[in-house]
Design a binder for this molecule. Structure first.
Ligand code: ADP
Ligand code: MG
Length: 468
Protein backbone atom coordinates (compact mmCIF):
# COMPACT_ATOMS: atom_id res chain seq x y z
CA UNK A 1 0.00 0.00 0.00
CA UNK A 2 1.47 3.38 -0.98
CA UNK A 3 2.54 5.66 1.84
CA UNK A 4 0.52 8.73 2.63
CA UNK A 5 3.18 11.00 1.15
CA UNK A 6 3.27 9.12 -2.11
CA UNK A 7 -0.47 9.22 -2.37
CA UNK A 8 -0.36 12.93 -1.78
CA UNK A 9 2.06 13.50 -4.60
CA UNK A 10 -0.16 11.54 -6.89
CA UNK A 11 -3.12 13.68 -5.89
CA UNK A 12 -1.20 16.80 -6.72
CA UNK A 13 -0.10 15.37 -10.05
CA UNK A 14 -3.72 14.71 -10.90
CA UNK A 15 -4.77 18.17 -9.83
CA UNK A 16 -2.04 19.65 -11.97
CA UNK A 17 -3.17 17.60 -14.95
CA UNK A 18 -6.74 18.89 -14.55
CA UNK A 19 -5.49 22.46 -14.21
CA UNK A 20 -3.51 22.09 -17.40
CA UNK A 21 -6.56 20.83 -19.22
CA UNK A 22 -8.56 23.79 -18.02
CA UNK A 23 -5.86 26.17 -19.15
CA UNK A 24 -5.71 24.51 -22.49
CA UNK A 25 -9.42 25.02 -22.96
CA UNK A 26 -9.17 28.62 -21.81
CA UNK A 27 -6.11 29.66 -23.78
CA UNK A 28 -6.26 27.60 -26.92
CA UNK A 29 -3.84 25.05 -28.28
CA UNK A 30 -1.10 27.34 -29.56
CA UNK A 31 -0.59 29.28 -26.35
CA UNK A 32 -0.87 26.09 -24.35
CA UNK A 33 1.81 24.36 -26.37
CA UNK A 34 4.11 27.35 -26.22
CA UNK A 35 3.85 28.25 -22.58
CA UNK A 36 2.18 25.65 -20.43
CA UNK A 37 3.09 22.32 -21.86
CA UNK A 38 6.77 22.79 -20.98
CA UNK A 39 5.91 23.26 -17.28
CA UNK A 40 6.16 20.39 -14.86
CA UNK A 41 4.95 19.80 -11.36
CA UNK A 42 7.89 19.61 -8.98
CA UNK A 43 6.34 19.03 -5.59
CA UNK A 44 4.68 20.79 -2.66
CA UNK A 45 6.30 22.77 0.12
CA UNK A 46 3.94 23.60 2.97
CA UNK A 47 1.03 25.31 1.23
CA UNK A 48 2.92 26.13 -1.95
CA UNK A 49 2.86 24.11 -5.15
CA UNK A 50 6.15 24.19 -7.02
CA UNK A 51 6.17 24.36 -10.81
CA UNK A 52 9.32 23.99 -12.86
CA UNK A 53 10.01 25.83 -16.11
CA UNK A 54 12.86 24.94 -18.45
CA UNK A 55 14.15 28.46 -18.94
CA UNK A 56 14.14 31.71 -17.03
CA UNK A 57 12.41 33.34 -19.94
CA UNK A 58 9.57 30.85 -19.90
CA UNK A 59 9.25 31.10 -16.14
CA UNK A 60 9.03 34.90 -16.19
CA UNK A 61 6.59 34.77 -18.99
CA UNK A 62 4.33 32.33 -17.20
CA UNK A 63 4.52 34.31 -13.97
CA UNK A 64 3.59 37.54 -15.70
CA UNK A 65 0.64 36.09 -17.55
CA UNK A 66 -0.69 32.94 -16.02
CA UNK A 67 0.48 32.64 -12.42
CA UNK A 68 -2.59 34.17 -10.89
CA UNK A 69 -4.93 32.00 -12.91
CA UNK A 70 -2.98 28.90 -12.03
CA UNK A 71 -3.14 29.80 -8.35
CA UNK A 72 -6.90 30.32 -8.55
CA UNK A 73 -7.46 27.04 -10.30
CA UNK A 74 -5.33 25.22 -7.81
CA UNK A 75 -7.08 26.73 -4.83
CA UNK A 76 -10.30 25.54 -6.44
CA UNK A 77 -8.92 22.02 -6.75
CA UNK A 78 -7.36 21.86 -3.33
CA UNK A 79 -8.03 24.36 -0.58
CA UNK A 80 -4.71 23.53 1.05
CA UNK A 81 -2.78 25.16 -1.77
CA UNK A 82 -2.45 28.87 -1.05
CA UNK A 83 0.24 29.80 -3.52
CA UNK A 84 2.16 28.57 -6.51
CA UNK A 85 5.85 29.07 -7.02
CA UNK A 86 7.73 28.86 -10.28
CA UNK A 87 11.34 27.87 -10.55
CA UNK A 88 13.81 27.31 -13.31
CA UNK A 89 15.27 23.88 -13.60
CA UNK A 90 18.01 23.76 -16.12
CA UNK A 91 17.70 21.34 -18.98
CA UNK A 92 21.44 20.89 -19.20
CA UNK A 93 23.10 17.59 -18.58
CA UNK A 94 23.77 17.63 -14.80
CA UNK A 95 20.20 16.91 -13.74
CA UNK A 96 19.72 14.05 -16.12
CA UNK A 97 19.62 10.70 -14.42
CA UNK A 98 22.68 8.71 -15.34
CA UNK A 99 21.59 5.80 -17.49
CA UNK A 100 22.84 3.00 -15.31
CA UNK A 101 21.99 -0.62 -15.94
CA UNK A 102 18.23 -0.54 -15.82
CA UNK A 103 16.00 -3.50 -15.14
CA UNK A 104 13.15 -4.29 -17.45
CA UNK A 105 10.64 -2.94 -14.94
CA UNK A 106 12.40 0.36 -14.64
CA UNK A 107 12.63 0.78 -18.34
CA UNK A 108 8.86 0.56 -18.67
CA UNK A 109 8.41 3.67 -16.53
CA UNK A 110 7.19 6.83 -18.15
CA UNK A 111 9.98 9.21 -19.14
CA UNK A 112 10.97 11.54 -16.35
CA UNK A 113 9.34 14.94 -16.16
CA UNK A 114 12.66 16.31 -17.14
CA UNK A 115 12.70 14.55 -20.46
CA UNK A 116 9.11 15.46 -21.07
CA UNK A 117 9.93 19.10 -20.55
CA UNK A 118 12.81 18.98 -22.89
CA UNK A 119 10.57 17.49 -25.50
CA UNK A 120 7.84 20.06 -24.93
CA UNK A 121 10.25 22.92 -25.40
CA UNK A 122 11.56 21.28 -28.49
CA UNK A 123 7.99 21.16 -29.78
CA UNK A 124 7.69 24.90 -29.35
CA UNK A 125 10.91 25.57 -31.17
CA UNK A 126 10.12 23.01 -33.82
CA UNK A 127 7.08 25.02 -34.74
CA UNK A 128 9.04 28.22 -34.78
CA UNK A 129 12.05 26.97 -36.68
CA UNK A 130 12.79 25.51 -40.06
CA UNK A 131 13.78 21.84 -39.88
CA UNK A 132 17.44 20.90 -39.89
CA UNK A 133 18.77 18.47 -42.45
CA UNK A 134 20.64 15.65 -40.71
CA UNK A 135 23.14 15.44 -43.57
CA UNK A 136 24.22 19.05 -43.18
CA UNK A 137 26.97 18.63 -40.59
CA UNK A 138 30.51 19.89 -40.39
CA UNK A 139 31.75 16.36 -40.87
CA UNK A 140 29.96 16.17 -44.21
CA UNK A 141 31.22 19.51 -45.42
CA UNK A 142 34.14 19.32 -47.82
CA UNK A 143 36.52 22.20 -47.37
CA UNK A 144 38.47 23.77 -50.22
CA UNK A 145 39.82 27.13 -51.28
CA UNK A 146 36.46 28.67 -52.21
CA UNK A 147 34.81 27.97 -48.87
CA UNK A 148 37.60 27.61 -46.31
CA UNK A 149 37.15 31.05 -44.83
CA UNK A 150 33.40 30.70 -44.41
CA UNK A 151 33.92 27.24 -42.94
CA UNK A 152 36.49 28.47 -40.43
CA UNK A 153 34.22 31.30 -39.36
CA UNK A 154 31.24 28.96 -38.95
CA UNK A 155 33.25 26.50 -36.89
CA UNK A 156 34.52 29.21 -34.63
CA UNK A 157 31.03 30.53 -34.00
CA UNK A 158 29.80 27.03 -33.20
CA UNK A 159 32.66 26.17 -30.89
CA UNK A 160 32.93 29.13 -28.57
CA UNK A 161 30.38 30.32 -26.05
CA UNK A 162 30.82 34.03 -26.48
CA UNK A 163 29.93 35.48 -29.85
CA UNK A 164 33.34 36.00 -31.49
CA UNK A 165 32.00 38.28 -34.22
CA UNK A 166 28.51 39.53 -34.40
CA UNK A 167 26.86 39.03 -36.72
CA UNK A 168 28.47 36.42 -38.90
CA UNK A 169 27.24 37.14 -42.40
CA UNK A 170 27.69 34.33 -44.94
CA UNK A 171 27.03 34.93 -48.57
CA UNK A 172 27.44 33.26 -51.92
CA UNK A 173 25.54 32.03 -54.96
CA UNK A 174 22.89 29.33 -55.02
CA UNK A 175 23.89 25.82 -54.00
CA UNK A 176 27.31 26.64 -52.62
CA UNK A 177 26.77 25.51 -49.05
CA UNK A 178 25.37 28.43 -47.03
CA UNK A 179 22.46 26.48 -45.65
CA UNK A 180 24.67 23.47 -45.07
CA UNK A 181 27.03 25.53 -42.90
CA UNK A 182 24.20 27.08 -40.93
CA UNK A 183 22.64 23.71 -40.15
CA UNK A 184 26.08 22.42 -39.19
CA UNK A 185 26.45 25.22 -36.64
CA UNK A 186 23.04 24.50 -35.17
CA UNK A 187 23.70 20.74 -34.95
CA UNK A 188 27.07 21.28 -33.39
CA UNK A 189 25.76 23.51 -30.63
CA UNK A 190 22.71 21.37 -29.98
CA UNK A 191 24.85 18.32 -29.43
CA UNK A 192 27.49 20.08 -27.40
CA UNK A 193 25.24 22.21 -25.26
CA UNK A 194 21.57 21.24 -25.43
CA UNK A 195 20.66 23.93 -22.90
CA UNK A 196 21.44 26.68 -25.38
CA UNK A 197 18.48 27.81 -27.36
CA UNK A 198 19.45 27.85 -31.01
CA UNK A 199 16.87 29.06 -33.49
CA UNK A 200 17.41 28.45 -37.17
CA UNK A 201 14.90 29.68 -39.69
CA UNK A 202 14.60 31.02 -43.18
CA UNK A 203 13.93 34.72 -43.52
CA UNK A 204 10.62 33.79 -45.09
CA UNK A 205 9.61 31.81 -42.06
CA UNK A 206 10.61 34.70 -39.85
CA UNK A 207 8.38 36.91 -41.92
CA UNK A 208 5.55 34.42 -41.73
CA UNK A 209 5.65 34.38 -37.94
CA UNK A 210 5.84 38.12 -37.82
CA UNK A 211 2.91 38.65 -40.16
CA UNK A 212 0.85 36.18 -38.16
CA UNK A 213 1.80 37.83 -34.91
CA UNK A 214 0.65 41.17 -36.25
CA UNK A 215 -2.58 39.69 -37.52
CA UNK A 216 -3.37 38.01 -34.22
CA UNK A 217 -2.24 40.98 -32.26
CA UNK A 218 0.43 39.01 -30.49
CA UNK A 219 3.67 40.71 -31.34
CA UNK A 220 4.73 40.54 -27.69
CA UNK A 221 5.01 36.77 -27.86
CA UNK A 222 6.79 37.04 -31.16
CA UNK A 223 9.37 39.42 -29.76
CA UNK A 224 9.95 37.42 -26.63
CA UNK A 225 10.30 34.16 -28.47
CA UNK A 226 13.08 35.48 -30.61
CA UNK A 227 14.79 37.71 -28.14
CA UNK A 228 15.27 34.89 -25.69
CA UNK A 229 17.34 32.90 -28.17
CA UNK A 230 20.99 32.24 -27.39
CA UNK A 231 21.73 32.07 -31.06
CA UNK A 232 19.62 33.08 -34.01
CA UNK A 233 20.38 31.95 -37.56
CA UNK A 234 18.42 33.51 -40.39
CA UNK A 235 18.85 31.98 -43.82
CA UNK A 236 18.38 33.80 -47.14
CA UNK A 237 17.91 37.26 -45.74
CA UNK A 238 17.47 38.67 -49.25
CA UNK A 239 13.86 37.49 -49.07
CA UNK A 240 12.93 40.25 -46.68
CA UNK A 241 14.39 42.97 -48.90
CA UNK A 242 11.62 45.41 -49.62
CA UNK A 243 9.31 43.96 -46.95
CA UNK A 244 9.42 47.04 -44.80
CA UNK A 245 7.68 46.09 -41.60
CA UNK A 246 9.38 42.70 -41.43
CA UNK A 247 12.71 44.38 -41.99
CA UNK A 248 12.00 46.81 -39.23
CA UNK A 249 11.11 44.03 -36.81
CA UNK A 250 14.10 42.01 -37.88
CA UNK A 251 16.30 45.01 -37.23
CA UNK A 252 15.02 45.33 -33.67
CA UNK A 253 15.33 41.62 -32.97
CA UNK A 254 18.80 41.69 -34.38
CA UNK A 255 19.86 44.65 -32.26
CA UNK A 256 18.35 43.22 -29.10
CA UNK A 257 20.28 39.98 -29.53
CA UNK A 258 23.57 41.57 -30.49
CA UNK A 259 23.31 44.01 -27.59
CA UNK A 260 23.02 41.04 -25.26
CA UNK A 261 25.95 39.28 -26.82
CA UNK A 262 23.83 36.58 -28.33
CA UNK A 263 25.22 35.24 -31.57
CA UNK A 264 23.43 36.15 -34.77
CA UNK A 265 24.23 34.43 -38.06
CA UNK A 266 22.78 35.61 -41.34
CA UNK A 267 23.07 34.27 -44.85
CA UNK A 268 22.31 36.00 -48.10
CA UNK A 269 22.88 35.56 -51.80
CA UNK A 270 24.97 38.76 -52.01
CA UNK A 271 27.10 40.99 -49.87
CA UNK A 272 25.35 43.28 -47.38
CA UNK A 273 26.14 46.35 -49.44
CA UNK A 274 24.47 44.77 -52.48
CA UNK A 275 21.18 44.16 -50.72
CA UNK A 276 19.19 46.76 -52.60
CA UNK A 277 15.84 47.54 -51.12
CA UNK A 278 17.23 46.80 -47.72
CA UNK A 279 17.10 49.73 -45.38
CA UNK A 280 20.45 51.44 -45.16
CA UNK A 281 20.89 51.13 -41.40
CA UNK A 282 20.16 47.40 -41.50
CA UNK A 283 22.44 46.88 -44.46
CA UNK A 284 25.32 48.56 -42.71
CA UNK A 285 24.61 46.75 -39.46
CA UNK A 286 24.81 43.40 -41.25
CA UNK A 287 28.35 44.21 -42.24
CA UNK A 288 29.53 45.09 -38.73
CA UNK A 289 30.68 41.68 -37.68
CA UNK A 290 32.42 39.24 -39.93
CA UNK A 291 31.45 38.95 -43.58
CA UNK A 292 32.51 35.71 -45.24
CA UNK A 293 31.76 34.87 -48.83
CA UNK A 294 31.68 31.45 -50.42
CA UNK A 295 33.16 31.56 -53.88
CA UNK A 296 32.20 29.52 -56.91
CA UNK A 297 33.53 25.96 -56.75
CA UNK A 298 36.83 24.98 -58.28
CA UNK A 299 37.53 21.74 -60.10
CA UNK A 300 39.48 20.42 -57.08
CA UNK A 301 36.65 21.15 -54.67
CA UNK A 302 34.09 19.55 -56.95
CA UNK A 303 36.21 16.44 -57.24
CA UNK A 304 36.65 16.33 -53.45
CA UNK A 305 32.91 16.68 -52.91
CA UNK A 306 32.16 13.92 -55.41
CA UNK A 307 34.57 11.57 -53.68
CA UNK A 308 33.11 12.30 -50.26
CA UNK A 309 29.55 11.94 -51.50
CA UNK A 310 30.13 8.69 -53.31
CA UNK A 311 31.61 7.27 -50.12
CA UNK A 312 28.65 8.48 -48.10
CA UNK A 313 26.34 6.87 -50.61
CA UNK A 314 28.08 3.57 -50.06
CA UNK A 315 29.79 3.59 -53.44
CA UNK A 316 33.44 4.08 -52.63
CA UNK A 317 34.55 2.59 -55.92
CA UNK A 318 33.14 5.05 -58.38
CA UNK A 319 35.54 5.03 -61.33
CA UNK A 320 37.94 7.92 -61.24
CA UNK A 321 37.19 8.95 -64.82
CA UNK A 322 33.50 9.26 -64.01
CA UNK A 323 34.18 11.55 -61.06
CA UNK A 324 36.60 13.62 -63.08
CA UNK A 325 34.14 13.87 -65.91
CA UNK A 326 31.41 15.13 -63.59
CA UNK A 327 33.72 17.59 -61.83
CA UNK A 328 34.74 18.92 -65.18
CA UNK A 329 31.31 19.17 -66.74
CA UNK A 330 29.01 20.21 -63.92
CA UNK A 331 30.29 23.53 -62.78
CA UNK A 332 27.14 25.38 -61.83
CA UNK A 333 26.90 24.47 -58.16
CA UNK A 334 27.17 21.69 -55.62
CA UNK A 335 23.47 20.94 -55.64
CA UNK A 336 23.57 20.01 -59.32
CA UNK A 337 26.68 17.99 -58.75
CA UNK A 338 24.87 15.96 -56.09
CA UNK A 339 21.89 15.54 -58.33
CA UNK A 340 24.04 14.19 -61.11
CA UNK A 341 25.77 11.72 -58.84
CA UNK A 342 22.48 10.54 -57.37
CA UNK A 343 21.01 10.02 -60.78
CA UNK A 344 23.92 7.98 -62.01
CA UNK A 345 23.88 5.88 -58.85
CA UNK A 346 20.12 5.32 -58.98
CA UNK A 347 20.27 4.32 -62.59
CA UNK A 348 23.11 1.89 -62.04
CA UNK A 349 21.33 0.29 -59.09
CA UNK A 350 17.97 0.01 -60.77
CA UNK A 351 19.31 -1.29 -64.06
CA UNK A 352 21.94 -3.46 -62.47
CA UNK A 353 24.61 -1.81 -64.57
CA UNK A 354 28.04 -0.88 -63.44
CA UNK A 355 28.91 2.76 -63.55
CA UNK A 356 31.07 3.70 -66.49
CA UNK A 357 31.77 6.89 -68.32
CA UNK A 358 29.43 5.86 -71.14
CA UNK A 359 26.58 5.14 -68.76
CA UNK A 360 27.18 8.46 -67.04
CA UNK A 361 27.08 10.41 -70.26
CA UNK A 362 23.94 8.65 -71.35
CA UNK A 363 22.08 9.14 -68.07
CA UNK A 364 23.01 12.78 -67.76
CA UNK A 365 22.52 13.86 -71.32
CA UNK A 366 19.93 16.56 -70.56
CA UNK A 367 21.73 17.86 -67.49
CA UNK A 368 25.00 18.11 -69.37
CA UNK A 369 23.37 19.92 -72.20
CA UNK A 370 22.14 22.70 -69.92
CA UNK A 371 25.54 23.02 -68.28
CA UNK A 372 27.07 23.02 -71.70
CA UNK A 373 24.76 25.62 -73.09
CA UNK A 374 26.59 27.76 -75.59
CA UNK A 375 25.65 31.36 -75.91
CA UNK A 376 25.43 32.64 -79.48
CA UNK A 377 26.37 36.06 -80.77
CA UNK A 378 22.82 36.52 -82.06
CA UNK A 379 21.46 35.94 -78.60
CA UNK A 380 23.90 38.39 -77.10
CA UNK A 381 22.94 41.04 -79.62
CA UNK A 382 19.26 40.50 -78.97
CA UNK A 383 19.62 40.73 -75.20
CA UNK A 384 21.86 43.76 -75.28
CA UNK A 385 19.57 45.59 -77.69
CA UNK A 386 16.63 44.78 -75.46
CA UNK A 387 18.48 45.93 -72.38
CA UNK A 388 19.36 49.31 -73.87
CA UNK A 389 16.10 49.64 -75.66
CA UNK A 390 17.53 50.04 -79.13
CA UNK A 391 16.67 48.25 -82.37
CA UNK A 392 18.41 44.96 -83.03
CA UNK A 393 19.43 46.33 -86.44
CA UNK A 394 21.63 48.91 -84.71
CA UNK A 395 24.03 46.10 -83.86
CA UNK A 396 25.03 45.99 -87.52
CA UNK A 397 24.31 49.58 -88.50
CA UNK A 398 26.85 52.26 -89.33
CA UNK A 399 25.47 54.73 -86.82
CA UNK A 400 28.05 56.03 -84.39
CA UNK A 401 25.88 57.98 -81.97
CA UNK A 402 26.85 57.11 -78.39
CA UNK A 403 23.34 55.78 -77.64
CA UNK A 404 23.86 52.91 -80.09
CA UNK A 405 27.65 52.69 -80.29
CA UNK A 406 28.06 51.91 -76.59
CA UNK A 407 25.56 49.05 -76.51
CA UNK A 408 27.15 47.68 -79.64
CA UNK A 409 30.52 47.71 -77.90
CA UNK A 410 29.04 45.96 -74.88
CA UNK A 411 27.65 43.27 -77.17
CA UNK A 412 31.04 42.80 -78.83
CA UNK A 413 32.73 42.58 -75.46
CA UNK A 414 30.27 39.93 -74.27
CA UNK A 415 30.67 38.01 -77.52
CA UNK A 416 34.37 37.84 -76.90
CA UNK A 417 33.86 36.79 -73.30
CA UNK A 418 31.08 34.28 -73.67
CA UNK A 419 31.69 32.63 -77.01
CA UNK A 420 34.66 30.95 -78.59
CA UNK A 421 34.45 33.16 -81.69
CA UNK A 422 37.52 34.95 -82.99
CA UNK A 423 37.70 38.73 -83.39
CA UNK A 424 37.21 38.65 -87.20
CA UNK A 425 34.24 36.30 -86.80
CA UNK A 426 32.68 38.65 -84.27
CA UNK A 427 33.34 41.62 -86.54
CA UNK A 428 31.50 39.93 -89.39
CA UNK A 429 28.40 39.43 -87.26
CA UNK A 430 28.37 43.12 -86.41
CA UNK A 431 27.75 44.40 -89.92
CA UNK A 432 31.05 43.26 -91.35
CA UNK A 433 33.29 45.33 -89.09
CA UNK A 434 37.03 44.97 -88.98
CA UNK A 435 38.63 42.89 -86.22
CA UNK A 436 40.48 45.98 -84.92
CA UNK A 437 37.11 47.63 -84.29
CA UNK A 438 36.12 44.66 -82.17
CA UNK A 439 39.40 44.75 -80.31
CA UNK A 440 38.92 48.44 -79.64
CA UNK A 441 35.42 47.78 -78.32
CA UNK A 442 36.63 45.04 -76.00
CA UNK A 443 39.34 47.25 -74.57
CA UNK A 444 37.01 50.20 -74.23
CA UNK A 445 34.45 48.24 -72.21
CA UNK A 446 37.13 46.65 -70.09
CA UNK A 447 38.33 50.14 -69.25
CA UNK A 448 34.88 51.54 -68.63
CA UNK A 449 34.06 48.70 -66.28
CA UNK A 450 36.71 50.02 -63.94
CA UNK A 451 35.62 53.64 -64.06
CA UNK A 452 31.88 53.53 -64.67
CA UNK A 453 29.76 51.64 -62.16
CA UNK A 454 26.69 51.74 -64.37
CA UNK A 455 28.48 50.03 -67.24
CA UNK A 456 30.01 47.49 -64.89
CA UNK A 457 26.57 46.67 -63.58
CA UNK A 458 25.02 46.40 -67.03
CA UNK A 459 27.73 44.03 -68.20
CA UNK A 460 27.46 41.88 -65.11
CA UNK A 461 23.69 41.72 -65.34
CA UNK A 462 23.74 40.78 -69.00
CA UNK A 463 26.45 38.21 -68.49
CA UNK A 464 24.52 36.50 -65.72
CA UNK A 465 21.33 36.49 -67.69
CA UNK A 466 23.03 35.06 -70.76
CA UNK A 467 24.72 32.35 -68.78
CA UNK A 468 21.68 31.29 -66.80
P1 ADP B 1 22.95 27.26 -50.48
O1 ADP B 1 22.22 27.37 -49.19
O2 ADP B 1 24.21 28.07 -50.51
O3 ADP B 1 22.09 27.52 -51.68
P2 ADP B 1 23.18 24.48 -49.74
O4 ADP B 1 23.83 24.63 -48.41
O5 ADP B 1 21.73 24.16 -49.74
O6 ADP B 1 23.45 25.75 -50.66
O7 ADP B 1 24.00 23.37 -50.55
C1 ADP B 1 23.44 22.69 -51.66
C2 ADP B 1 23.82 21.23 -51.59
O8 ADP B 1 25.19 21.09 -51.79
C3 ADP B 1 23.53 20.61 -50.24
O9 ADP B 1 23.05 19.30 -50.41
C4 ADP B 1 24.87 20.62 -49.54
O10 ADP B 1 24.99 19.53 -48.64
C5 ADP B 1 25.84 20.46 -50.69
N1 ADP B 1 27.12 21.14 -50.44
C6 ADP B 1 27.41 22.42 -50.71
N2 ADP B 1 28.69 22.69 -50.38
C7 ADP B 1 29.22 21.54 -49.93
C8 ADP B 1 30.52 21.15 -49.43
N3 ADP B 1 31.52 22.02 -49.37
N4 ADP B 1 30.69 19.88 -49.04
C9 ADP B 1 29.68 19.00 -49.12
N5 ADP B 1 28.44 19.29 -49.57
C10 ADP B 1 28.21 20.54 -49.97
MG1 MG C 1 20.27 27.87 -48.84
Amino acid sequence: MPSEAAENVQDFEEQWARIRNRLRAELGDAAYRSWLKPLIFRGVKDDTAMIGAPTRFLRDWVISRYAERIRELWAGENSRVASVDFEVHSIGAPERATPSKTTGAERKEAPSGHQLTLRALEDVDAELCSPLNTRFTFANFVVGKPNEFAYAAARRVAEVDKAPFNPLYLYGGVGLGKTHLMHAMAWHIRSRDPGRRVLYLSAERFMYHFVRAVRYNDTMTFKEQFRSADMLLIDDVQFICGKDSTQEEFFHTFNALVDHNRQVVISGDRSPSDLDEMEERLRSRLGWGLVADIHATTYELRLGILQAKSEQMGMPHMPRDVLEFLAHKITSNVRELEMALNRVAAHATLMGRSITLEVTQEVLRDLLRSNDRRVTIEEIQRRVAEHYNIKLAEMSSERRARAVARPRQVAMFLSKQLTARSLPEIGRKFGGRDHTTVMHAVRKIEQLRQSDAAIAEDVELLRRMLES
